[in-house]
Design a protein around this ligand. Structure first.
Ligand code: HEM
Length: 443
């Protein structure tokens, strides 16, 4: 067991704490019309903000964390120059990044509902709990902190909870593969890659060999990070229909679902179980992430080059190119929202359901945005032209997916939009001392 070397009690919990399972959460976003009211809110909240200490054995299965959009920081940071060194992507806001990110057509920010088209909120509260009672307790803390504060208004609330299947809406087990952060304490699981802390936490060494830092007051950014929040609507009926209608061409519905993801819907990786599902492997954290691609499967015969997991984390599979994948790792927390589409239903009921992703990264341009633009929404890096991710990619340039098989390569065409982006923002998650710094006037 390695001792933790990070200042865990200064770091907000969501950076290092895995999602509870089952999970019940709320995203609450607010606008600030009076900075002193917002400072008061922070003063009241800080004692309740959950840190990453005890992350292995948390005292309770719940947390409250606090984030800011650039607009929000601008209202609380007295000297504009203190924010000049924050990343351009964060300062612009995610809506203005839409062309690069591929949020176009129906995913255009003009169609977003959360959080109101980009930089439309100032502060966000992320509440997560292992049961409903604990979630209510944390919500009550939030309500109490807001009491009597006229200058902070609720802009939107989105509740998340795991579907009864314990899988995300398309039917996949998720939350399996994640990097091990150097200094987090404990030991990596087999196959888990150890990534420098500065990729996810400012103030620490990163994969470029320097210290991840921002210009401006260290008290504000040290032990903080950025989170790319994405609200993604999932068209479950379209996904089910597509699997059903193309099953024959692709070796069966489950095989097609597995080839598109790179894992069977149980979570078992194709890399280790290419011909059939393996429930035991799926559930075994000692084995279910212990694989690479290059030696064994350079052409994607097992795990297609274009599958979701091989795109978003090519592991050792890009050795022939100049891309250093270590510079493009992200930490994900995915939470489902909306009711389940009843089993065996193939028609859309018009109800909004999907996933809210919180993608943690210290450098949003080099990490989340790169993965989204270059790996999810392009195929050049794997010699697949403009082909995009078969599950979440944009479809306006190409709409097919192909993978090697015997005796001939299989190709399915006419992939519809299985997902639409309905909101997104780059937010800053300060450290707990950083929250205190923001809660006082600096001038
Ligand atoms: C509707 C949206 C999405 C769904 C349903 C989804 C689902 C999944 C599933 C089922 C897995 C495999 C199990 C696991 O390792 O957790 C996975 C892995 C992963 N996803 Fe997604 N995902 C979505 C969007 C995204 C986006 C937008 C990103 C962007 C950055 C992303 C990044 C990743 C990463 C990095 C992995 C781990 C790959 C690995 O290390 O092998 N996902 N996703």
């Amino acid at each position: 067991m390695m001792a933790a070397e990070l200042d865990l009690s200064d770091i907000q919990g969501t950076v290092l704490r895995n999602r509870p399972m089952p999970y019940f959460g709320s995203y609450l976003v607010f606008t600030i019309s009076d900075a002193s009211a917002a400072r008061q809110l922070l003063q009241r909240l800080v004692p309740h903000v959950t840190s990453a200490a005890d992350w292995d054995n948390p005292p309770e299965d719940a947390w409250i964390n606090v984030v800011f959009s650039f607009a929000g920081l601008r209202k609380l940071v007295d000297r504009a120059e203190d924010l000049a060194g924050f990343p351009a992507e964060f300062r612009q806001g995610m809506a203005r990044r839409n062309v690069y990110l591929g949020d176009v057509g129906a995913s255009d920010p003009s169609n977003w509902d959360l959080p109101h088209g980009g930089n439309g909120f100032d502060i966000g509260l992320l509440i997560m709990a292992g049961n409903l009672e604990l979630k209510e307790e944390k919500l009550a803390i939030g309500h109490a902190a807001l009491e009597g504060l006229a200058g902070v208004e609720l802009a939107a609330r989105l509740d998340v909870s795991v579907p009864s299947t314990m899988r995300e809406h398309f039917g996949y087990v998720d939350g399996i593969s994640r990097p091990f952060i150097e200094g987090q304490g404990g030991l990596p699981l087999p196959g888990q890659d150890v990534v420098k802390a500065g990729e996810f936490i400012l103030g620490h060494e990163n994969e470029l060999g320097g210290i991840a830092r921002l210009e401006g007051p260290e008290a504000l950014w040290r032990n903080g990070t950025f989170i790319a929040i994405r609200k993604i609507r999932q068209d479950v009926a379209a996904f089910r229909k597509f699997l059903r209608d193309n099953a024959e061409a692709a070796g069966g519905e489950e095989m097609l679902a597995a080839k598109m993801m790179g894992r069977w819907r149980s979570g078992a990786p194709l890399a280790l179980s290419p011909d059939g599902d393996d429930a035991g492997l799926a559930k075994d954290p000692g084995r279910n992430n212990d694989f690479a691609y290059n030696d064994d499967d350079p052409d994607g015969r097992k795990t297609p080059l274009g599958s979701h997991i091989r795109r978003v984390n090519p592991r050792d599979g890009l050795k022939e190119t100049l891309t250093d994948i270590r510079l493009h790792r992200v930490l994900r927390r995915g939470f489902s929202y909306g009711p389940e589409l009843p089993e065996d239903t193939f028609d859309d009921d018009g109800i909004d359901r999907g996933i809210v992703l919180a993608i943690i990264n210290a450098d949003p341009g080099r990490q989340f945005e790169f993965v989204q633009a270059q790996w999810i929404n392009d195929g050049d890096f794997i010699s697949q032209g403009e082909r995009t991710d078969p599950i979440i990619g944009r479809r306006d340039r190409t709409d097919d997916f192909q993978f090697p098989a015997k005796p001939v390569r299989r190709r399915v065409t006419g992939l519809p939009d299985f997902t639409l982006v309905k909101g997104g923002e780059h937010v800053f998650l300060p450290s707990i001392p950083g929250l205190r710094w923001l809660s006082a006037r600096q001038g």
